[in-house]
Design a protein around this ligand. Structure first.
Ligand code: NDP
Length: 240
C-alpha cells in the first residue's frame, strides 16, 4: 500500500522533529518545513523533502506543498505545528513580539490549511492536525497574546472542521501542556524565561516530544471515518 504524503511545519525541533521520525517509521513520504533547513536535513529521514519555508510566507508554503505533491502524490495529512511562544507582560512587552506570535501561530496555521484543504476537499480525504496548547483552553496571566493565538487555533480548527467534515476531511486539535523543547528558549525577558523554565523543571521537563508525537499519530491512525476532534494532554503532575 502506498502511504500518503505528510506535511509537517516546524519539523526542525521539538514536536515537529519527533513527529517526522514517527511518520517516517511508518513509511510515509514527508515534506518537512522550517526556517532551519540544515536541521531538517540532519534528521536524515528517507523520502523526506526538506524545504526552508517561513510559514508566514503563504506563497512559499504553497509552492513547497505543490512541489512535494508532484514528487510524492497528494498531501494526506498536514501537521500544522510551527509556533513561537514569546511569553511576556502585555503592558511592557515589545508589541513586535505580539505581531510575531499572531503571524506564526495564527496566520501560519491558516496558511497551512489554505495550502492543503482545497485538494483534500476535492479528493474527499485528508487530515489536518493543528497544534494548539493547554494555553488554548485556559488563560495564563503572563501569556496573554500566546493564549490568544492558541485560542484562535481552537476556534479556527473547529470552524474549518465543520466546513470540511461533509467532504470527508478530518480536522484535529492537539493541545499539549508543558514540554521542555526549544520553545521557551526564545522568551526574551530573562526573568520571565527563567520562571517559565523553572516551572517546566518542576515537572521534570513535562511531556516529551515523543509523548506529543504519539498523540498526533494516534489521531491520524484512526479509520478515515473517525475524526478525533481534540486531544488535551499534559504531564500527570501538571496542575494548571
Ligand atoms: P520548538 O521551538 O522546539 O519548535 C518550534 C518549531 O517551529 C521549530 O521547528 C521552528 O523551526 C518552527 N518555527 C518557528 N517559527 C517558524 C516560522 N516562522 N516558520 C516556520 N517554522 C517556524 O517548540 P515545540 O516543539 O515545543 O513547539 C511546537 C508547537 O507546539 C508550537 O506550536 C507550540 O506553540 C506548541 N506547544 C508547545 C508546548 C511546549 O511546552 N513545548 C506546549 C503546547 C504547545 P525554525 O526555527 O527552524 O523555523
Amino acid at each position: 500500500m502506498t502511504l500518503g504524503l505528510v506535511v509537517i511545519t516546524g519539523a526542525s525541533s521539538g514536536f515537529g522533529a519527533a513527529c517526522a521520525r514517527w511518520f517516517a517509521e511508518d513509511g510515509h513520504p514527508l515534506l518537512l518545513l522550517a526556517r532551519r533547513a540544515d536541521r531538517l536535513e540532519a534528521l536524515g529521514l528517507p523520502k523526506a523533502m526538506c524545504r526552508r519555508v517561513d510559514v508566514t510566507d503563504r506563497a512559499a508554503l504553497e509552492a513547497a506543498v505543490r512541489e512535494a505533491e508532484a514528487a510524492y502524490g497528494p498531501a494526506d495529512a498536514l501537521v500544522n505545528n510551527a509556533g513561537v511562544m514569546l511569553t511576556g507582560d502585555p503592558v511592557t512587552q515589545d508589541p513586535a513580539e505580539w505581531d510575531r506570535m499572531v503571524d506564526v501561530n495564527v496566520r501560519g496555521v491558516l496558511n497551512g490549511v489554505h495550502a492543503v484543504l482545497p485538494g483534500m476537499t476535492e479528493r474527499g480525504r485528508g487530515t489536518i492536525i493543528n497544534i494548539s496548547s493547554v494555553a488554548g483552553r485556559k488563560t495564563f496571566g503572563s501569556n496573554a497574546v500566546y493564549c490568544a493565538t492558541k485560542f484562535a487555533v481552537h476556534a479556527a480548527s473547529e470552524a474549518v472542521r465543520e466546513m470540511a467534515a461533509p467532504h470527508g476531511v478530518r480536522v484535529t486539535v492537539i493541545a499539549p501542556g508543558y514540554a521542555a523543547t526549544e520553545l521557551s528558549s526564545h522568551i526574551t525577558d530573562a526573568g520571565t524565561r527563567e520562571a517559565y523554565q523553572a516551572a517546566e523543571a518542576s515537572l521534570e521537563g513535562g511531556l516529551t516530544a515523543d509523548d506529543v508525537a504519539r498523540a498526533i499519530l494516534y489521531a491520524y491512525r484512526q479509520p478515515q471515518n473517525v475524526c478525533v476532534r481534540e486531544i488535551v494532554l499534559a504531564k500527570t503532575g501538571q496542575v494548571i
